[in-house]
Design a protein around this ligand. Structure first.
Ligand SMILES: C[C@](O)(CO)[C@H](O)COP(=O)(O)OP(=O)(O)OC[C@H]1O[C@@H](n2ccc(N)nc2=O)[C@H](O)[C@@H]1O
Ligand SMILES: Nc1ncnc2c1ncn2[C@@H]1O[C@H](COP(=O)(O)OP(=O)(O)OP(=O)(O)O)[C@@H](O)[C@H]1O
Length: 298
């Protein structure tokens, strides 16, 4: 018997970042939108103990040891319920690795839900969310999906209403960016400046609720974008190419280096994707829409 869980990627339509806290993390006002790029995690009983395998275009960059977020999720659930983590976790990976789209977080949430179903642990939603928050700041959102405001370090979620589909094009970069390195660069660029408390922008929430792409395009912000561009200046060329192709908005996705382009409709998204592909400013191009549901058993 096996259980397969499908988990979406995310794009941040607002990412407001506060000053570094004493624990090194940053308080955020993080507006997440789940989009239709998916990883699948399959959990199968394995008498030999915990094992992780991965397939997909970026599989070579994914660690298969106990640092893999899927493995850490299985270990945390097994420990919580006092059982052996005897499971083979297979990840079919379509979300770019180290791309700022919460790929590892998706696998953590997926493994948690898959092992919960396989082992019949019957953990409550709140218990699962607490385990997710221990695994990483983005992991609770991977479980919940849809759209949500994340506060604290991004792990405390309030669900948001979404009134229509948003069409996106994502440009994948030639190399990854480390999330901690981008936050460190944010701190370096902000040295000596007064960093305001992060707060959700009502214009972003209203645009989501109305399903209004043009309104969302003028409201999107990402406080990590200057830091990502400082570490990866070539991303400016990708952003410019997407804007010239007719994107309503062009921004770095989360900590980057994936860049996200909001399109007025599915047809324009396809046109923008074609122009970006031909531009030579990125490794690959993907289209996706959102909001979509969070981690779910298939
Ligand atoms: C950039 C985002 O993807 C936006 O959604 C997230 O804030 C990052 O979430 P994540 O990858 O799940 O991050 P975590 O695994 O919790 O933390 C990785 C590292 O990112 C930095 N980090 C992360 C979240 C946060 N609110 N403040 C931080 O400073 C810390 O250096 C931390 O050690
Ligand atoms: N299941 C996993 N998939 C991909 N990377 C993983 C996984 N588990 C651990 N990692 C490690 O985490 C690093 C970051 O990968 P990930 O794809 O989660 O980045 P990200 O999408 O930028 O994250 P986020 O958007 O949440 O900040 C990788 O370089 C890899 O070493």
């Amino acid at each position: 018997m096996s259980v397969t869980v499908r988990v979406p990627a995310k794009v941040n339509v607002q990412l407001a970042v506060g000053a570094a806290r004493a624990d090194g993390f940053h308080d955020l006002a993080n507006v997440f939108l789940a989009v239709s790029l998916y990883d699948e995690v399959t959990a199968t009983p394995d008498a030999d103990g915990l094992r992780v395998t991965c397939e997909g275009p970026d599989a070579g960059q994914v660690p298969l040891d106990r640092t893999n977020l899927a493995a850490r999720a299985a270990l945390a659930l097994a420990e919580r319920y006092g059982r052996a983590p005897d499971v083979h976790l297979h990840i079919a990976k379509d979300i770019p690795v180290a791309g700022g789209m919460a790929g590892g977080s998706a696998d953590g949430a997926g493994a948690l839900l898959a092992c919960d179903a396989l082992w019949g642990t019957g953990a409550s939603r709140d218990e699962l969310l607490a385990l997710c928050a221990e695994l990483g700041s983005d992991v609770p959102f991977s479980l919940v999906g849809g759209a949500a405001l994340g506060t604290g370090r991004g792990e405390r979620l309030t669900e948001l209403q979404v009134g229509g589909d948003f069409h996106w094009v994502f440009a994948l970069a030639a190399r990854g960016l480390s999330t901690p390195a981008v936050f460190r660069e944010f701190d370096r660029l902000g040295e000596g400046l007064d960093i305001p408390e992060p707060a959700a922008d009502q214009a972003v929430l209203d645009a989501l609720a109305k399903g209004d792409s043009a309104a969302l395009a003028v409201a999107v912000t990402n406080d990590l974008q200057p830091a990502a561009l400082s570490l990866f200046p070539e991303l400016s060329d990708t952003l410019a190419a997407g804007r010239a192709a007719g994107a309503l908005a062009a921004l770095v996705s989360g900590s980057g280096p994936t860049t996200a382009f909001l399109a007025p409709d599915a047809r324009s998204a396809s046109d923008i994707a074609g122009v970006l592909r031909a531009s030579g400013t990125c490794r690959d191009v993907r289209m996706a829409s959102g909001a979509v549901a969070g981690a779910s058993v298939v």
